[in-house]
Write a protein that binds this ligand. Structure first.
Ligand code: NDP
Length: 324
């Protein structure tokens, strides 16, 4: 099979708040950005409900709708947005090269990585066995299937708190499994959970096993790590909301990353260890991980890409002038 090749000035990988913001800035700076969305166009926010803390939306907005606004704004300035997954990269330079869906090679002067992060799983075999048959890592996507039923959710951060209250609106009862005796989530979110009558919190509780009848989930076995008591809760849905892993696997041979896979950038910058390659959003930020901070670093990445190209062009014209 022949492999098609194309060259672009600015390639953006990923389409969450970081990627779209980078696209808006890069397009307005005439870098003619080409964006590959990845397999979840719009990223994690397309799997959430209300976003109440993004400036500019005084009455809040639904995550998918907000990402649609981002997309339209990026397209308005000429970003080419394409559905596709980058399988492989080669940053041996001077032009950076990537392979899209195994069939197309793109070379780029600058690459902006905005690949975000993906949900973590507990790692139980039963979780894998019933994934899609009662087990889910996205309450917003799958909660509807458990309307009027009893479900459980594991996790104690903002995601778990948000998803538990979402599920509580649909389901009869939500059992929330918190492994310590306190939440990690913000006070506002915890307050919401505590004030939702059909959420029952099980503190100091770990999931030992997800039980099923071979086809669907029928319950969970939990261990109280203070009393060592094991109990069974009948549920038909089990939601995992225990955090995320950065989507950076394809860069591991080229870019510096920490022990958990977050890309390392220079202080106050989105520059990676490879010239012309910039990283922004949740792939690079394990501390703040907010849509607005992701958008902020996306803006930085585009501005840095623009400066990098301008400096390169200037250096090249000086060389030409010397030769002449
Ligand atoms: P977090 O890393 O904040 O929380 C993960 C939670 O899962 C923790 O409570 C952790 O427990 C628990 N956990 C991890 N591993 C296990 C395990 N094996 N078994 C049981 N429990 C486990 O991730 P989130 O996805 O909740 O949030 C990520 C970031 O996104 C945060 O900064 C958050 O504030 C932000 N966010 C903001 C929202 C908003 O503002 N609307 C909505 C959602 C997220 P422990 O506490 O014991 O470590």
């Amino acid at each position: 099979m022949s492999i098609e090749t194309e060259h672009v000035q600015c390639l953006i990988i990923g389409s969450g708040p970081a990627g779209y913001t980078a696209a808006i800035y890069a397009a307005r700076a005439d870098l003619k950005p080409v964006m590959y969305t990845g397999i979840v166009p719009g990223g994690q926010l397309t799997q959430t409900t209300d976003v109440e803390n993004f400036p500019g939306y005084p009455t809040g907005i639904m995550g998918p709708e907000m990402m649609e606004d981002f997309r339209k704004q990026a397209e308005r300035f000429g970003t080419q947005i394409r559905f596709g997954h980058i399988d492989k990269v080669d940053f041996s330079g001077p032009k950076h090269s990537v392979v899209v869906d195994g069939i197309k090679t793109i070379t780029a002067d600058t690459v902006i990585i905005a690949t975000g992060a993906s949900a973590k799983w507990l790692g139980l075999p039963s979780e894998q066995k019933y994934n899609g048959f009662g087990v889910s890592a996205c309450a917003v996507c799958d909660g509807f299937f458990f309307k009027g039923q009893d479900v459980a959710i594991v996790g104690a951060g903002d995601t778990a708190a948000e998803e538990a209250t979402y599920l509580a609106k649909l389901c009869n009862k939500v059992h929330m499994l918190v492994r310590r005796d306190e939440f990690r989530a913000s006070k506002t979110m915890v307050h919401r959970v505590l004030n939702t009558p059909n959420i029952e919190i099980h503190y100091n509780s770990e999931t030992k096993e997800i039980l099923g009848d071979g086809l669907n989930v029928t319950g969970i076995e939990i261990l109280n790590n203070k009393t060592s008591e094991v109990s069974i809760i009948p549920v038909s849905g089990f939601f995992v909301a225990i955090g995320h892993n950065p989507n950076t696997e394809i860069f591991k041979d080229w870019l510096d990353m920490d022990e958990t896979g977050y890309l390392i950038t220079e202080p106050d910058s989105t520059k990676t260890n490879i010239e012309g390659v910039f990283a922004c959003g949740d792939a690079q930020d394990k501390l703040w991980r907010q849509a607005v901070t992701a958008a902020g670093t996306g803006c930085m990445a585009a501005l840095e890409a623009e400066r990098y190209l301008a400096a390169k062009e200037h250096a090249e014209s000086e060389v030409q002038a010397t030769i002449a």
